[in-house]
Write a protein that binds this ligand. Structure first.
Ligand code: ADP
Ligand code: MG
Length: 637
């Protein structure tokens, strides 16, 4: 229904809005005060927009209004008012902006609460959940707003936050901007108290870059600390600003405050959070970027081009004297000065991390644990590749446990005489990798191997190709001739008796027999030089892709087959020595087939390629049964 004179219309909230309102009103009992932070932040955004228009030279209503936020209350009527001189809203904007949830944050918030991943109360402080939070304290809200556009009438929006809202023309004069009229619920008297309002503003909104007045007194005093010399800013101020900026309740892990003068002037105040925000399960890839200021004026929130995506965990602000105030967000990327600033900010962050890695290795480790997963994606940043590679960390065979990390530089320093390659192995865990037969020869030679636990790690290394002059090589692709040339670190324990000439020949025939048994499943059977404790292993033919890449291709559906490999046999292993005896007695002994099949499937299993374990389990059961017969016979039971 639309009234002709006032153009009064009633609208229904969308389902998702109703859901959010319901949660806000019924399940949140603490932190209600953050509604004020949200409304002040909206007021500040609205004034950023008008300042932006002003810089562009747009003509608009009430040009000389002071840009400030007024908070005042009517104790008797129990109404709280929040007034700004921002950009205002038209009818359409009221419907579009207030009537629907636009913010990704609210959606994530909803999802999270719906999944019961976290108690809403715990995270609400970290989230900008927006305008609707006002209904935690209000039973009615009236918005009176005048758009900056000269031809637009002032509008009124009203709702009790239940199912619907009403919009009509205000019918009286209003200065540009928006006034939010909050009719407080019965038990919400505290929000008419001056001291209470002041303390909330100080706590949550002290870095708003416009004066915030409570009952006509300016409350927020700290502004633009990134413009201050480092020596003038206290740690507490940095921390407070960080919390204001990120909604994080924790202190930042690291603070980077720099001022660059040449060739381009800019100040940057950057933070590395202790945790990655993704720990909370949000897919917050949209929620990153640095705030860009020009001469203390906010040009863009969360600009995504000041830092490459792999550094998106960095939060903060950049402020430059050298960019024009009227620069538009659309043309920023093509601006040479902006590009130079962005490059410089990136290299500042990388240098800072480099210094941290050198001087505070424990802190660097914390950084790596929290953000390494994203940081690794920097392998595509060719301009900074050298710095980037020095910052990479891995677990390795030289580490005491899975928590220790090594750098590529550490690795290279420890390399064996004449070693020309950097070796790595991919596995699910340190325990699994430690048992990988491919590593036996590396252990024997005392060659360090990087332990990679995520497929991405291998992508990173294969894309980087090499560090300094040393190529990255997967252990299952390493050229063993090169490895074998390096000296053993220890004499083989219990030096096993050499095979007689005749047994050597028998071993050769045994290998042919095994190939016959396994047929097309393998390419060939070879004597192994890499094994120490295992009887057999599968290796990739030269120039084939590594096993982990094959697995990725299987997962992504690019191939579905079990790759054909070479089976290497360790002739010094007790089992193989026994097989030679059995073979000599009867080359067609069924036991040889059983063992060959089992060795093959065990190797497949270790490599992660065994898809159907039924046959294998049956075989093992029958082997166990037989061995129990032998065991009871030997023990005379
Ligand atoms: P967000 O601020 O994250 O966009 P909100 O729920 O806080 O989400 O606000 C929704 C939208 O309503 C804002 O994006 C803005 O367009 C509009 N809005 C809210 N408050 C104001 C205000 N005081 N002046 C102008 N527009 C406002
Ligand atoms: Mg908001």
């Amino acid at each position: 229904m639309t009234d002709v004179k006032t153009k009064k219309s009633k609208y229904q909230f969308k389902a998702e809005t109703k859901k959010l309102l319901d949660i806000l009103v019924h399940s949140l009992y603490t932190h209600k005060e953050i509604f004020l932070r949200e409304l002040i932040s909206n007021a500040s955004d609205a004034m950023d927009k008008i300042r932006f228009e002003s810089n562009k030279g747009t003509d608009f209503r009430d040009k000389d209004l002071p840009l400030e936020i007024n908070v005042h209350a009517d104790k008797d009527k129990k109404i709280l008012y929040i007034e700004d001189a921002g950009i205002g809203m038209t009818r359409d904007e009221l419907v579009k902006n207030i009537g629907t949830i636009a913010k990704s944050g609210s959606e994530e918030f909803l999802k999270l609460v719906a999944e019961h991943k976290e108690d809403a109360n715990n995270i609400i402080g970290r989230f900008g959940i927006g305008f609707y939070s006002v209904f935690m304290v209000a039973n009615k809200v009236v918005i009176k707003t005048q758009s900056f556009l000269k031809d637009e009438p002032a509008m009124k929006w009203e709702s009790d936050g239940l199912g619907s809202y009403i919009i009509e023309t205000l019918g009286e004069d209003k200065k540009r901007g928006t006034t939010i009229e909050i009719h407080l619920k019965d038990d919400m008297d505290e929000y008419t108290e001056k001291y209470r309002l002041e303390s909330i503003v100080k706590k949550h909104s002290s870095f708003i870059s416009y004066p915030v007045k409570v009952e006509n007194e300016v409350v927020n005093t700290m502004q633009a600390i990134w413009r201050e010399p480092k020596s003038a800013v206290k740690k507490e101020q940095y921390v407070e600003f960080y919390k204001f900026l990120t909604y994080d309740t924790d202190e930042p892990l690291e603070i980077i405050h720099t001022s660059v003068d040449a060739p381009i002037q800019f100040n940057a105040l950057l933070f590395i959070p202790k945790r990655n925000m993704d720990v909370f399960g949000f897919n917050n890839r949209e929620d990153y970027g640095l705030d860009l200021y020009v001469r203390r004026v906010l040009i863009q929130h969360k600009n995504k081009d000041l830092l490459p995506e792999y550094l998106s965990f960095v939060k903060g602000v950049v402020d430059s004297e050298d960019l024009p105030l009227n620069i538009s967000r659309e043309t920023l990327q093509e601006n040479i000065i902006f590009t130079k600033i962005a490059n410089s900010v990136t290299s500042q962050v990388l240098s800072h991390l480099t210094k941290m890695a050198e001087k505070k290795p424990d802190k660097y480790k914390d950084f790596w644990t929290a953000h390494g997963k994203y940081f690794k994606l920097g392998y595509t940043d060719y301009a900074n590749q050298e710095k980037f590679m020095k910052l990479l960390r891995f677990n390795s065979s030289e580490c005491k446990d899975e928590n220790e990390l090594v750098s590529l530089e550490d690795y290279v320093k420890r390399m064996k005489d004449k070693q020309k390659e950097i070796y790595y192995v991919l596995g699910n865990s340190r325990a699994a990798v430690n048992l990988d037969p491919h590593l036996e020869i590396f252990k024997r030679k005392g060659i360090e191997v990087l332990y990679l636990y995520e497929p991405l790690d291998e992508f990173v290394l294969t894309s980087l190709l090499k560090y300094k002059d040393y190529e990255f090589k997967s252990v299952d692709q390493a050229d063993l001739k090169k490895v074998d040339k390096l000296k053993d670190i220890e004499e083989k324990k219990d030096e096993i008796e050499k095979l007689s000439k005749d047994d050597e020949l028998q071993f050769s025939s045994l290998m042919s027999r095994i190939k016959e048994i396994l047929g097309d499943k393998i390419t060939e059977v070879k004597e192994s030089t890499r094994l120490l404790n295992s009887p057999a292993v599968l290796v990739n033919p030269e120039n084939s892709i590594s096993s982990s890449m094959q697995k990725i291709m299987n997962i992504t559906g690019q191939t579905q087959s079990i790759p054909k490999k070479i089976m290497e046999i360790n002739k010094d292993h007790k089992l193989i020595r026994n097989l030679i005896k059995i073979y000599k007695n009867n080359p067609k002994d069924e036991y040889i087939s059983t063992v060959a099949e089992q060795l093959y499937e065990s190797a497949l299993l270790l490599e992660g390629f065994l898809t159907d374990p039924h046959e294998m389990v049956n075989r093992i059961n029958s082997l166990l049964e037989n061995s129990s017969d032998w065991y009871t016979a030997v023990k005379k039971l």
